[in-house]
Design a protein around this ligand. Structure first.
Ligand code: MG
Ligand code: MG
Length: 272
């Protein structure tokens, strides 16, 4: 059952999402060769607690960490380790936090030092596909419209769209209805309703869409060992239009990137 939120609840959810946005922004300056994902994980946990929030993943489904850190061929659900990140790696950092009783959940794939142009392109296209998906989250559309937009764009670049893992409704639970796949057909699936809140999260592979799970019971990797990218935003349907709750603004500030990609998804000027 889809649980629509009131305007007040959506504002509370925005604050929860903002905790994660700020955490990703803090991590953006920490991701570099030689740093381990375990170090990033400890920093994130302290940072979230210092903001008066609770790490959203830690302990949920027995998750042992605050962050999920997926390096190179890892798609999602990578567990932090003591292995140092290396020049040319990519690391998808997925983070959740609970504030005001609501979850925030979003993800960014970072470059470690100088990354191969082919991999850079994968990141660019995956992030662009996220916004193409968000644009479809509007009154009159259905879940399949988001999946279609993401799949169509990524496959036109020859990339593999992961089928086994999907986006989702979000609220007082991390995973609420509906499932939001990154593939689909136009006009199919659940209809969008005012006040619904979802996490849209394309997981896109450079090669085959096929994935497998490692023996740790968590990490999902590409079947062909090629890199994979993951970006995720939390979005609410307000006045029939998509309203971004999370933001990459803190990441861009840390990395010195100028971007107005989120502007069309903010109905009012947000003071961040
Ligand atoms: Mg996530
Ligand atoms: Mg998610």
């Amino acid at each position: 059952m889809i649980i629509p939120k009131t305007r007040e609840e959506i504002e509370l959810m925005r604050e929860a999402a903002l905790v994660v946005s700020k955490t990703l922004g803090m991590l953006a300056s920490e991701v570099k060769p030689g740093v381990s994902t375990n170090e990033l994980n400890s920093k994130a946990e302290t940072f979230i607690r210092d903001m008066g929030a609770i790490p959203g993943f830690l302990g949920l489904y027995d998750c042992p960490s605050t962050l999920l850190t997926s390096v190179n061929e890892a798609v999602v659900h990578g567990l932090p380790t003591d292995n140092p990140l290396e020049e040319g790696d990519i690391v998808a950092i997925d983070c959740g936090a609970i504030l005001n009783g609501f979850y925030g959940d979003h993800a960014y794939t970072f470059e470690v030092g100088e990354v191969d142009p082919e991999v850079k392109k994968l990141l660019e296209v995956t992030k662009e596909s996220l916004y193409r998906g968000i644009r479809e989250f509007k009154f009159g559309n259905r879940v399949g419209d988001i999946g279609y937009a993401i799949q169509n764009y990524c496959e036109s670049h020859g990339y593999g769209v992961v089928r086994e893992l999907v986006g989702h409704g979000i609220g007082t639970k991390l995973h609420e209805a509906p499932e939001v796949p990154n593939y689909g057909k136009r006009g199919r699936g659940k209809k969008f309703i005012e006040g619904m809140t979802i996490a849209i999260e394309p997981m896109i592979n450079l090669g085959t869409h096929k994935v497998k799970q490692l023996k740790d019971g968590w990490t999902i990797v590409t079947m062909d060992g090629q890199p994979s990218a993951h970006f995720e935003h939390d979005v609410a349907l307000v006045d029939g239009k998509p309203e971004l709750l999370s933001t990459f603004a803190y990441v861009y500030e840390a990395l010195g990137i100028e971007s107005d990609e989120e502007k069309e998804f903010r109905q009012k000027e947000q003071v961040l």
